[in-house]
Design a protein around this ligand. Structure first.
Ligand SMILES: C[S@@+](CC[C@H](N)C(=O)[O-])C[C@H]1O[C@@H](n2cnc3c(N)ncnc32)[C@H](O)[C@@H]1O
Length: 310
């Protein structure tokens, strides 16, 4: 259903803060990352674009027990949510959250051992400038760590529903997503597949010891959808299908599609195709026939600020 112009505008990324986000990471994989990047030396962390704190929560078991974390987000509602969630998790004495803009970080140069973000650079007009800000507030020798996806890769992942689509339908869906991603970028709202470009940006900013890997969590779904992670995926998929939500709602999708030079006459059929996939997926979940290995291309990109000031 298309939103009416009087529908309230929800805070940024509201559709993406469901329970499903609690299962984005395998904890033993994060422990491996912490060993590789020598997290033992970290005492103060900045999490930019923290949302309600999912990334900070994922990091909490792999940070030294006395390490402190400050999260900032532009949205006051998320700052409140992150603060409440940290308190509920017993982290209030070490994790604090405040409002702030990641394009102009309200901290002095060289303040943090680790400056990090998860799915934030995909939402800013100039991700390289935000990386430069992240490096500015990092201590010499400290670490910048960005988790950013190539979301276009999701468009070519196979599920039991996608496997039944024609070649034309699959290509149409991919082109639809690409057109919308480019439109979002044209509007200055960020590039949803910027992950692939972040290592080069960090290199151009003079960061050293740049390392890149991908998350090992594939988020497979198969009947009977057992366990909390698959159940959270089921709930989100059914909810989005019921509310005709794709990657964005219809109004937002249309604005991106048109800004990406999409043919206006093609929007309705393409939206109908995306919604038919949503509904077919939901029906197959209910019937216990849906399956997919999942998969996403989520890059973990790190670099160190050289000991000599940048
Ligand atoms: C997809 S969410 C990611 C939240 C969190 N990092 C996580 O992974 O759970 C993107 C977040 O970036 C925030 N954001 C977007 N632009 C921002 C900016 N210029 N300054 C600060 N926060 C921003 C949004 O409000 C939103 O909470």
């Amino acid at each position: 259903m298309e939103q009416s112009p009087t529908d309230p505008i929800r805070p940024h990324s509201a559709e993406y803060f469901g329970e499903q986000r609690d299962y984005w990471w395998n904890s033993d994989f994060l422990q491996l990352i912490a060993r590789r990047l020598d997290f033992a030396r970290i005492s103060i962390v900045l999490d930019i674009g923290c949302g309600v704190g999912h990334w900070g929560r994922a990091l909490s078991p792999i940070l030294p027990p006395d390490a402190r974390l400050i999260g900032i987000d532009r949205e006051p509602e998320w700052v409140q949510g992150a603060t409440a969630r940290a308190a509920a998790a017993g982290l209030a004495s070490r994790f604090s959250y405040r409002q702030g803009d990641c394009t102009a970080l309200p901290f002095a140069d060289g303040t943090f051992d680790l400056v990090t973000c998860q799915t934030v650079l995909i939402h800013v007009a100039d991700p390289r400038a935000v990386l430069a800000e992240m490096l500015r507030v990092t201590k010499p020798g400290g670490l910048v760590l960005a988790v950013e996806p190539n979301n276009l890769a999701n468009g070519v992942l196979a599920s039991s529903i996608h496997a039944a689509l024609s070649t034309d339908e699959l290509v149409d869906l991919f082109r639809f997503q690409l057109t919308c991603e480019r439109g979002k970028q044209n509007l200055g709202l960020g590039f949803n597949s910027v992950g692939g470009l972040v290592p080069g940006m960090l290199a151009s900013l003079g960061a050293g010891d740049i390392r890149v890997c991908t998350s090992d969590r594939a988020a497979a779904m198969f009947p009977p959808f057992a366990g909390p992670a698959q159940q959270a995926d089921v709930l989100q998929t059914l909810d989005w299908a019921e509310r005709d939500f794709w990657i964005w709602d219809q109004r937002e999708t249309k604005s991106y599609y048109l800004a990406g030079d999409g043919d206006p006459a093609r929007f309705e059929p393409l939206w109908a195709l995306a919604m038919s996939v949503n509904r077919a997926t939901a029906d197959a979940i209910r019937a216990g026939t849906y399956h997919s290995a999942g998969g996403s291309m989520s890059f973990i990109i790190s670099g160190r600020k050289p000991a000599a000031a940048l």
